[in-house]
Each structure stands twice: as structure tokens, then as C-alpha cells.
Design a protein around this ligand. Structure first.
Ligand code: C2E
Ligand code: MG
Ligand code: MG
Ligand code: MG
Length: 292
């Protein structure tokens, strides 16, 4: 009897594997179709200066609007896109679309902001990413100094020397580099020191339990202090409450992103939010006021 059960168990197991493989193949085919069928969209989540409470940038976040299933979050398909290599095409599309949109907003005289795009490790290590981005910036007319690229720690762990060179090349073009989800990988800030970086993004898992988890508060505070000692700008992700924001402000954190200010928005809604913002008080503006 036990053997019989075992056989049943085995059959059930292989059937489950079969269904998984089938679902995956279907997802892969639907992703192929999505690329050609214009089913992708970019949403924009504001990045806010904690000091001035103004929008200084936005993170571009990919959304897949499947005709059958509706909006599908990236967590459902990015890993399959990476495994199949489709992320190259998708990532290139996100970069171009974001730069095109950014140029459009500049032409509409919206306040100039930075646009941050997530880059998969594959995009960094396969092909000439510097040339690709150079072409995209040229064709879209979006200024390099408004573009930021977000990389995870794991992207930096591979082929370190080559990575340093690639990042240096990108920064020579005027592009900024941000480390995403900081604190979730295995790298230390000392390790990060060897890379040319501009922004450190504190992962939301260290933010979500402020002000209840002392350990998370210590970690967040330490990342802000050490980030600053490396002359990096520090941004906190996933800020949902006033208490979290107040704590981060006390620590001297520079920027934040999170549902407290806004969810990621479709381009038109983000543009509307941005257009309602008073123009930043620039030095030139102050100068003019004093003259008159
Ligand atoms: P990420 O780059 O760390 O992006 C931040 C994620 O946190 C986004 O999830 C955003 O919607 C979510 N988020 C923002 N504010 C809050 C908040 O206050 N609370 C909580 N709980 N979550 C918040 P999303 O859009 O689902 O993206 C998930 C991940 O997918 C991204 O994490 C990024 O790693 C990846 N991803 C998204 N778009 C792209 C892309 O174009 N290319 C690549 N390679 N990866 C992407
Ligand atoms: Mg990101
Ligand atoms: Mg992140
Ligand atoms: Mg926690």
C-alpha cells in the first residue's frame, strides 16, 4: 500500500511540474507578444526632497497591461524575463520610453526632474550598455544629467572590475548611479566604496517597522550616516507614515519615496501632480528678487 501511495505521489508531483512548466512557457509566449503588442506601460513614482517637500525626481516602474489578466506587477514577470533574456528588449524599451517621456515633460516646461530607471544585472553585463544608453539619450533628446540608473547590490557583485569600468563610463556621460534595495544583499558600505556611485536607496524593509522596531531604526540611521560619509545622497524607499518620515528627517535622510506621498502613477497623472508644484526657488530667482 505504501508503495502504491508513493506511485500516486510521484504522479501528482510530475503533473504539478508539468503544469508549472506549461504556465511558464505560456508566460514566456505572452511576454513575447507583450513586447510587440504595446502592452507595457511605465508608471512614475515621485521622489521627494525631505527638506523642501518638493518632487525632485521619479522612479520609472514597469507595468504590464495584459488584455486577458489586466495589470500584472513586475514581481510576476521580471524574473522570467531575466531567465529568458527577454529583459534585454524590455529594459531597452523602458529606457527609451522613460527618456522620451522625460523629454516631452521638459518641452511642456514642467519643472525639470530626475528620472530613475531600474537596470537588470543582465543589461549591465551583456552588450555595450554605455553605447546603448548613449544612443537612447541622443535619439530621445533627454539630458544625461537627468537620468539615473538603479542597480541592485547583486549586480555589483558580478565581475567587479568590469563593473567599475562600465559605471565610470556611464558617469562620464553625466548619468547618476543609484544602489537599489540597499541592505538586502551581502555587500557592506566598505565594499561599495570601490564603485562610482551617487545615490543609496534604503530598502523598504528597514523603513516599514519604524518607529516600532529599534533594530530597523538603528540600521536605517546607520545607512544614512555611512552613506553621507561616502558623500552619497540617501533616499528611503517605502515611506508610508508620517512617523517614518519624521524619523528619517531627524537622521538627515535626503529624499524619500512611498505611498505617504504617492503611489506610482500613470504618466498623465504624474505630470499633473508635477505641474501643480510651485517652481523651486533657485539661486537665480532669489537674485532677481533682491535686485528689484
Ligand atoms: P524597486 O525598484 O525597489 O521599486 C520599488 C517598489 O516598491 C515598487 O514596486 C513600488 O511600487 C513599491 N513601493 C513604492 N512605495 C511603496 C510603499 O510605500 N510601500 C510599499 N509596500 N511598496 C512601495 P513594483 O513597481 O511592484 O516593482 C517591484 C520591483 O520590480 C522593483 O523594485 C524593481 O526591482 C522591479 N522593476 C520594476 N520596473 C522594472 C524595470 O523597468 N526593469 C527592471 N529590471 N526591474 C523593474
Ligand atoms: Mg528601483
Ligand atoms: Mg527598491
Ligand atoms: Mg521588518
Amino acid at each position: 500500500r505504501a508503495k502504491h501511495d508513493g506511485r500516486d505521489g510521484y504522479r501528482y508531483f510530475s503533473e504539478e511540474l508539468f503544469l508549472k512548466a506549461k504556465a511558464r512557457l505560456e508566460l514566456e509566449q505572452r511576454l513575447h507578444r507583450a513586447i510587440t503588442g504595446q502592452e507595457f506601460k511605465v508608471f512614475y513614482q515621485p521622489q521627494i526632497s525631505i527638506k523642501t517637500n518638493q518632487i525632485i525626481g521619479a522612479e520609472a516602474l514597469l507595468r504590464w497591461d495584459d488584455p486577458e489578466y489586466g495589470l500584472i506587477p513586475p514581481s510576476e514577470f521580471i524574473s522570467v524575463a531575466e531567465e529568458t533574456g527577454l529583459i534585454q528588449n524590455i529594459g531597452e524599451w523602458v529606457l527609451y520610453e522613460t527618456c522620451r517621456q522625460g523629454r516631452d515633460w521638459l518641452d511642456q516646461h514642467l519643472p525639470p526632474i530626475n528620472l530613475a530607471v531600474n537596470l537588470s544585472p543582465l543589461q549591465l553585463h551583456h552588450g555595450d550598455v554605455r553605447q546603448l544608453i548613449g544612443t537612447i539619450l541622443h535619439n530621445s533628446g533627454f539630458p544625461a544629467h537627468h537620468l539615473e540608473l538603479e542597480l541592485t547590490e547583486s549586480a555589483l557583485m558580478e565581475q567587479q572590475e568590469e563593473t567599475v569600468k562600465i559605471l565610470q563610463g556611464l558617469r562620464q556621460q553625466g548619468i547618476r548611479i543609484a544602489i537599489d534595495d540597499f541592505g538586502t544583499g551581502y555587500s557592506s558600505l566598505a565594499y561599495l566604496k570601490q564603485f562610482p556611485l551617487d545615490v543609496l536607496k534604503i530598502d523598504k524593509r528597514f523603513v516599514e517597522d519604524i518607529p516600532h522596531e529599534r533594530d530597523d531604526m538603528e540600521i536605517a540611521a546607520t545607512i544614512v550616516a555611512m552613506g553621507h560619509s561616502l558623500r552619497l545622497t540617501v533616499l528611503a524607499e517605502g515611506v508610508e507614515t508620517k512617523a517614518q518620515l519624521e524619523f528619517l528627517e531627524q537622521q538627515g535622510c535626503d529624499y524619500y519615496q512611498g505611498y505617504l506621498y504617492s503611489m506610482p502613477l500613470p504618466a498623465e497623472e504624474f505630470a499633473q501632480l508635477l505641474s501643480q508644484q510651485n517652481p523651486p526657488v533657485t539661486q537665480a530667482h532669489i537674485g532677481k528678487l533682491r535686485e528689484s
